[in-house]
Design a protein around this ligand. Structure first.
Ligand code: ADP
Ligand code: MG
Length: 317
């Protein structure tokens, strides 16, 4: 049976790279890191609880990946460069196989983003994970929720609704082919945080958020934080994966509007910046889905018709 100290040593101490801005990492009462002059520290924490944020019996490797991915996504949404991370792990018993797979999923993603694991806590109890991430952003350049202006264009990265379909596929038959089913489950378990896109959007996006709770909910945060604005969304423009295109259009659009867990970015830019955006985001799929309005509320635009986008309006399923 592993003791806490051995567990940390075996699975976490050497898991990630050593950064030159870390003076003291795992092993002391606190880590010591240096924030370069002119930079702001961006800090975010997220907790995942088994049975709430991921289904029971999710593969350990996927849990390790997702726990970090959702935090990286917050850095992306702020335009911050991920730097350091801490991990508070509560698990029922020490299973070496589980820990190995978990730390593999976590470590692989951390290394891909140049993150150093600098500390954490390990306790016994029902499975839950808290990951705190810290990133760096040049003073005043962070992407915030509060900067959208009437007339700004609304964009999203990637495709929407995939994770929602992935979750639904665990309990019902959606009629997707095997490849599509694989794809939506992968999107649910192993989201790709849009870190490079977030960095590219510094200085051009007027506001940004990552889509964790669903487009309408998260765009709603931008509208509210930007002083009570509204938005008109072109439903036909919602980016749907080839997997979701196998579903009835309305069902796919409903997931794209309201399902969570895709971890794509939603951001706004002034229309004058469109050409520059195409240049800056040439490596990331992105789609204009609508426009910010001074009139509060959410509206849909379909076949030239502008209508209030009510909950009843899109939740047919
Ligand atoms: P303390 O009792 O002082 O909080 P711990 O015994 O909990 O210290 O942890 C010892 C060291 O290991 C600390 O540096 C802590 O940050 C680190 N640590 C503990 N658990 C983890 C973990 N799951 N991942 C990474 N570092 C951890
Ligand atoms: Mg401790």
């Amino acid at each position: 049976m592993l003791k806490e100290f051995d567990l940390i040593e075996d699975f976490f101490a050497g898991l990630t790279q050593k950064r030159t801005d870390v003076d003291l990492g795992i092993g002391d009462d606190a880590a010591l890191c240096r924030v370069p002059p002119g930079m702001q520290l961006a800090i975010s924490v997220d907790t995942l609880v088994e049975g709430v944020h991921f289904p029971l019996n999710t593969a350990a490797r996927a849990i390790g990946h997702k726990a970090l991915a959702v935090n990286l996504s917050d850095m992306a949404a702020m335009g911050a460069e991920p730097a350091w991370v801490t991990l508070a792990l509560t698990c029922p018993q020490v299973s070496e196989t589980w820990l190995r797979n978990f730390s593999q999923g976590f470590g692989e993603l951390a290394r891909a983003h140049g993150l150093q694991l600098i500390g954490g806590d390990t306790t016994r109890g029902p499975l839950s994970l808290s990951v705190q991430i810290m990133g760096l952003v040049p003073q005043g350049q962070a992407l915030c929720r509060h900067g959208a202006q009437p007339g700004d264009l609304i964009y999203v990265t990637g495709t929407l609704g995939d994770a929602g379909a992935g979750l639904a596929s665990l309990s019902s038959e959606l009629g997707l082919n095997a490849e599509a089913l694989d794809f939506v489950r992968q999107r649910l378990d192993c989201p790709t945080p849009r870190v490079a896109a977030g960095l590219a959007l510094r200085g051009i996006a007027s506001s940004a958020i990552d889509i964790s709770d669903g487009l309408l909910a998260d765009l709603g945060h931008i509208l509210q934080r930007s002083g009570g604005l509204g938005a008109t969304l072109k439903l036909d423009a919602l980016p749907l994966s080839t997997a979701l295109q196998q579903l009835p259009l309305q069902q796919a659009q409903n997931w794209a509007l309201s399902a969570g867990d895709d971890y794509e970015l939603c951001f706004t830019i002034s229309p004058q910046q469109q050409a520059k955006l195409a240049e800056l985001l040439s490596d990331t799929a992105h789609t204009c889905i609508g426009e910010i309005s001074a009139e509060p509320g959410l509206f849909s635009l379909q076949n030239g018709q502008r209508q209030p986008l009510t909950k009843q309006g899109f939740q047919h399923f």
